[in-house]
Design a protein around this ligand. Sequence first.
Ligand code: IPM
Ligand code: MG
Length: 372
Amino acid sequence: MKLNIAVLGGDGIGPEITTQAVNVLSAVGKKFNHTFNFTSALVGASAIKENGNPLPNNTLELCQASDAVLFGAIGDPEFDNNPDAKVRPEQGLLKLRKSLGLFANIRPLTTFEPLLHKSPIKERIIKNTDFVIYRELTGGIYFGDKNVSEDGKSASDNCVYNDFEVDRIAHLAFKAAKSRRKKLTLVDKANVLETSRLWRKRVKEIAKAYPDVQLNFLFVDNAAMQIIVNPRQFDVILTENMFGDILSDEASVISGSIGLLASASIGENSVLFEPIHGSFPKAKGKNTANPLAAILSAAMLLEHFNLHEEADAIKNAVEKSIELNITTKDINATQKFARTSDVGEFIADYIIDKKSVLNHIENINLGQSTII
Ligand code: IPM
Ligand code: MG
């Protein structure tokens, strides 16, 4: 297969983790005989610094002309600490999502057996957790009218949803539930918000087309608690933009690190793959950030194009890196934590030639024990 992939590293640790995802995809291309062409472009704070625009036209055009977008992270403390800033890095990502029509953001909650004890939640509660969040991505309070009064003393963000915006993601979520454990939970605040009542109405209606999927409802405050006290009850969570943003960060605690969670954003004509985490500015350029969320986002990209064997090769290599403790310091508290590039290199090499990589590691270990 031939794929043209736009690479938008963005800000903070974005470029360094995305580089590892690109290396891993290149390894997959080599191993399985695919041609992946990568073209990079600026977005976010780095684009603002270059030409004042968080989403330059050439970046958007590149994304529109590509088969898929691989995205890093966005955000910079210079802007976070300045509420008066007129242009913000995040506008680049939001405009990109809107312009590409990426209405569904799919965030699987991944757990790895050897990391269960890293979670602040008890192992017996999170063991075998397996759910996926379908987050609406181009509507709601993120995109409604925003206003600040002239005297600067009041502000508003409008939350709007249209029926068709609910329907299209609901269908995707029901289809996903149908192929999984057949349970869909709509998370909303229907006891308070009109938009939530619209969601309930539409989702109840759509449920009729999926009689084998069990539909239930949770208010978002309760859902926030249930994710921590009983995460195994969930299969597919469907929710609006803002609730999905918050709940997915919360859910990442189950996996042991937010650096492990990948996502796919799906639209009519475009697809984008990105970690759920932010730009982690403090770690920028230090080669210490966890590249696994970016690498697992690359696996989701392959799955989207039905390259399942290839995606599994990435996932197996990721599991092996975790098993062998070739992991960054967020999940490896020992002195021997690996650097961002070590993790990426191991995974790429393992995909190309498992045996020789494992032999090599064994030799290093043997060598070390002889020296000692
Ligand atoms: C995410 C991020 C973004 C969001 C930010 C960077 C605008 O938190 O993708 O979850 O809020 O959607
Ligand atoms: Mg977020």
